[in-house]
Design a protein around this ligand. Structure first.
Ligand code: GLU
Length: 507
């Protein structure tokens, strides 16, 4: 690539369903690279496989990118100088290139019917259409020119296949992997143009990367086996000098064992693999996403950035601006990155801790509304949130961590109290009620001082009183500092709760 070329990268998903976190990471690395080099980030929808097309998937992809803050500069939603950005709308572009390849001897027409191919598959185990058998099949290499012209004239359904060279080693440079080589004998004669006139992925990706002036092609390692076909197409179409730099990103692996992290692993191990909830329009099945689980987009992006990349230091928390500044392909690892849900949780927890209330509030209120819980959006809510913020791993945890601020405990952890409950303690809390009732100001520190003084007077160990007090206010052994809870609940409510709990503890 010459230095003067403007960086242009593309995220090129197929709209076939929910967006896997590996896909979002590909989009993220594209985005970081584009921003860092003041280039363009293009979204191209690769929807040439009509059988796999899923209604709503394109909008879902755009929504995921928007949620993550990875807004493309060009794409079907935004337009741009290379529109259209949906391959199905570019159908007319592709045939001419496939025909050019046929004319130049790099591809050929194949008239084999699906039935004929099926019969071949039955006959030959591991049947592969390629240099070993193409001379015997129904194609323009094998048939005479007259026959081919007559078949074409009669509009006989046909595909166009690439003619893979035999006995060659094909090498190319990958910016992460260095030199990568393939034995052409192992690659079949891939279909480039289908019988319905639609290109396959292989032809479309090359043609569009060329026409859209893409300079760097980032994609998952799972596309590496397709690379030889693409490299040859770039050369056969005469575009070699414009070929993008290749950047095959490492796989995101299962937390336990080897292999690519799949949606099934998420179901099995109880964590999401998709960015956002995805509802399959055909089956109605809902697959859970990070967003709905109460993950912050900033945390999601940060966590993904570290799956296969680091800046060479121990730093783990990066803002988007820092990521843009520090990202470099040289620091992306070759080896797959194991997905660790505990670590993913840690990122979210860190981000929630340092988030402003105004950043957290709308999402939490939406979650609460979605669960039919109504809490007032007021000063009290803000104080509750400030108090429990540090304890949330997910925004979803808010209610579990704070419901007692909005309603009295429905039940008490009596097992934690009763075995050690004594008359003296009832007496202690009765006096405490009267002392608390007389307080003119109501602050955590004053509540604590009084509480401790009284314990000393009554010669009861403070440790034996704190837990019952917490259970009186909260119902269980959790929550922020107990005097902070009481201070926020207020005088009347705190006293009411002590009274109510005393009845339970003594029954
Ligand atoms: N359409 C391919 C996908 O769904 C894109 C692969 C590529 O970027 O070349 O991931």
């Amino acid at each position: 690539m010459s230095d003067t070329k403007k960086v242009r990268v593309r995220f090129a998903p197929s709209p076939t369903g929910g967006l896997h976190l590996g896909g979002v990471r590909t989009a993220l690395f594209n985005y970081l690279f584009a921003r860092k080099h003041k280039g363009d980030f293009v979204l191209r929808i690769e929807d040439t496989d009509q059988n796999r097309y899923v209604e709503g998937a394109e909008q879902y992809i755009i929504d995921c990118l928007t949620w993550c803050g990875l807004t493309p500069d060009e794409g079907p939603h935004a337009g741009g100088p290379f529109a259209p950005y949906r391959q199905s709308e570019r159908k007319e572009n592709y045939r001419q290139y496939a025909e050019q390849l046929v004319r130049d001897g790099y591809a050929y027409y194949a008239f084999d019917t699906p039935e004929e191919l099926e019969a071949q598959r039955q006959q030959t185990p591991n049947f592969r259409y390629g240099h070993g058998n193409r001379n015997f099949l129904r194609n323009s290499i094998n048939l005479s020119e007259t026959e081919v012209n007559s078949l074409l004239g009669q509009k006989t359904p046909h595909v166009i296949r690439i003619k893979m060279p035999a006995d060659e080693t094909l090498s190319f440079q990958d910016l992460i992997r260095g030199s990568v080589s393939f034995d052409t004998n192992l690659v079949d004669d891939k279909v480039l143009l289908k019988a319905d006139g639609m290109p396959t992925y292989h032809l479309a990706v090359v043609v569009d990367d060329y026409l859209m002036k893409i300079t760097h092609a980032f994609r998952g390692e799972e596309w590496l086996p397709s690379a030889p076909v693409h490299i040859l197409l770039w050369a056969y179409l005469g575009w070699k000098k414009d070929m993008p730099e290749w950047v095959h990103l490492p796989l995101i692996l299962k937390p336990d064992g080897n292999g690519k992290l799949s949606k099934r692993d998420g179901d099995r191990l109880g964590f999401p693999v998709y960015a956002m909830n995805w509802k399959d329009p055909k089956t109605g099945d809902l697959t859970k996403g990070f967003r709905e689980m109460g993950y912050l987009p900033e945390a999601f992006v940060n966590m993904l950035a570290l799956l296969g990349w680091n800046d060479g230091t121990e730093q783990e928390i990066f803002t988007m601006d820092e990521l843009i500044e520090k990202f470099s392909i040289e620091r992306v690892s070759k080896a797959g990155a194991k997905f660790d849900f505990e670590k993913a949780k840690w990122f979210n927890h860190e981000y929630i801790k340092k988030s402003s209330l105004s950043n957290l509030k709308p999402a939490i209120l939406t979650i609460l509304n979605g669960r039919g819980l109504s809490v007032p959006d007021d000063d009290y809510f803000d104080k509750v949130l400030a108090l429990v913020q540090d304890r949330l791993t997910f925004l979803q945890d808010f209610w579990d961590q704070s419901s007692f601020f909005f309603e009295q405990p429905k039940e008490y952890d009596l097992n934690a109290v009763k075995p050690k409950w004594t008359e003296d303690k009832t007496e202690y809390f009765n006096v405490l009620i009267s002392q608390y009732a007389n307080m003119k100001t109501w602050t955590a520190i004053e509540l604590e001082t009084l509480f401790k003084q009284l314990a000393e007077e009554k010669s009861i160990k403070i440790g034996e009183l704190m837990l019952p007090f917490r259970i009186m206010l909260v119902g269980g052994k959790f929550g922020p500092a107990v005097f902070d809870i009481a201070a926020l609940l207020g005088q009347g409510e705190t006293i009411k709760r002590i009274e109510k709990a005393l009845v339970e503890f003594n029954s």
